[in-house]
Design a protein around this ligand. Structure first.
Ligand code: MEV
Length: 422
């Protein structure tokens, strides 16, 4: 466990020193970090068994975000991403939340949904009721497929059924609700859904076609909140600017797509570092954001002290067992650096990074706009002081800002140049 994720000047150290600090802070065995430090140490045999037609590997830079405290526990967070500024921005935002208690996270449990599609059902609503009457038998058959999951407290917990209209007529969709514990759960729920097909065919009188999990994992939500310090953000005007930037995203899908992309910059980087399925996370995030018309995954307000309070609610289907997380040596090292014990704890950390990343992006965008606004206002005043009037004020101010030389003397020179009088 990391005692203190605040490592001042981490970014100024060279790579060797950063690794030393990381070892010190986490107490991790040097051997575990080897494949992460030197990609040549990752056995190609392992990769060859992960996908088809393997010829090599593709390495991404792996950085460490500092300053994070989630539910009063400190984390050093590995982030794999090709885009500059993301790791620095996340660390910076986490610093601004740190003195106000860091990030507070809760969740709805590691619960996934599997869908079983029945078509050609003679009486869909009658079938729906029959399936629901047999809920207990369905759950039992599903759980027979994964006794280990059941032993750990997971397994199928509920069944829901809906009749939907489609281009090929009505369909009866049975949804199996499964607690997948520390697994992302795709394999577990797909196996259960497949095993249920004959039973659903019999109960519905129709034909089962698809049996697959839904990436709209809205029963596996994480909620995170944090208070970002007003002064550290740059004052009241920046706080108001961030709220207005967020409101823009809420009001306009073109802006919202970019706003949510900024959230996913942070989220994907940790998801990739830990060997999780970032396409599943992307799909879940954007479909969840679209449920009531595409909107922001985050919210921003001001508290009674004028500090910025931010929150995020997002599906987070990540696991710690199975898949690349267990197989890939770099992913294993990243999980160890994080020091997370459950998939839910990992989900809390990842959603916190998403909130931090979004806050950092909005601050950069809004503060820059505010600064530029200040500069041009200042330049207009300088132009007026130099004697400019009417449209000449704007013309001179523009030149002063462009030249980054907002001085009365220079304003006079430009005015002489523009009016032909010297
Ligand atoms: C760039 O990768 C992400 C941002 O565009 C996000 C945003 O606009 O909020 C900066």
């Amino acid at each position: 466990m990391v005692k203190d994720s605040r490592i001042p000047g981490f970014y100024k150290l060279n790579r060797e020193k950063r690794i030393e600090k990381l070892k010190e802070a986490t107490g991790i065995d040097a051997k575990v970090l080897e494949p992460l430090i030197d990609p040549g140490k990752v056995d190609l045999e392992i990769l060859d068994h992960m996908i088809e037609n393997v010829i090599g590997s593709m390495t991404l830079p792996l950085g460490i975000a500092t300053n994070f405290a989630v539910n009063d526990k400190d984390y050093l967070i590995p982030m794999a991403i090709e885009e500059p500024s993301v790791v620095a921005a996340a660390s910076n935002a986490a610093r601004m939340a740190r003195d106000h208690g860091g990030f507070q996270a809760t969740d709805t449990g590691p619960v996934m949904i599997a869908q079983i599609q029945a078509i050609d059902v003679p009486a869909p609503f009658f079938a729906k009721n029959r399936i629901l009457e047999n809920k207990q038998e369905i759950i039992e058959l599903a759980n027979e497929q994964d006794p280990i999951l059941v032993k750990f407290g997971g397994g199928a917990k509920d069944v829901r059924v809906k009749v939907i209209d489609s281009h090929v007529g009505p369909m009866v969709i049975t949804e199996l609700i499964v607690d997948t514990r520390d697994a992302m759960g795709a394999n577990a729920v797909n196996t259960m859904a497949e095993a249920l097909a004959p039973m659903i065919e019999e109960l519905s009188g129709g034909r089962v076609l698809l049996r697959i999990l839904s990436n709209l994992a809205d029963l596996r939500l994480v909620r995170v909140r944090a208070t970002f310090d007003k002064e550290m953000l740059g004052g009241k005007e920046v706080v108001d600017g961030i709220i207005a930037a967020w409101a823009f995203a809420e009001a306009d899908p073109y802006r919202c797509a970019t706003h949510n992309k900024g959230i996913m910059n942070g989220i994907d980087a940790v998801v990739i570092a830990t060997g999780n399925d970032f396409r599943a996370i992307e799909s879940g995030a954007h479909s969840y954001a679209s449920v009531n018309g595409y909107s922001s995954l985050t919210k921003y307000e001001k508290n009674s002290d004028g500090h910025l309070v931010g929150s995020i609610e997002i599906p987070m289907a990540v696991g710690l067992v199975g898949g690349a997380t267990k197989v890939h040596p770099v992913a294993r090292a990243c999980v160890e650096i994080l020091g997370v014990d459950t998939s839910t704890e990992l989900a809390h950390v990842i959603a916190s990074v998403g909130l931090a990343q979004n806050l950092a992006a909005l601050r950069a965008l809004a503060a820059e706009g505010i600064q530029r606004g200040h500069m041009s206002l200042h330049a207009r005043n300088v132009a007026s002081t130099a004697g400019a009037r009417g449209s000449m004020v704007g013309k001179i101010a523009e030149r002063l800002v462009k030249e980054k030389n907002i001085k009365v003397e220079r304003a006079k020179e430009i005015m002489a140049e523009l009016t032909g009088k010297s």
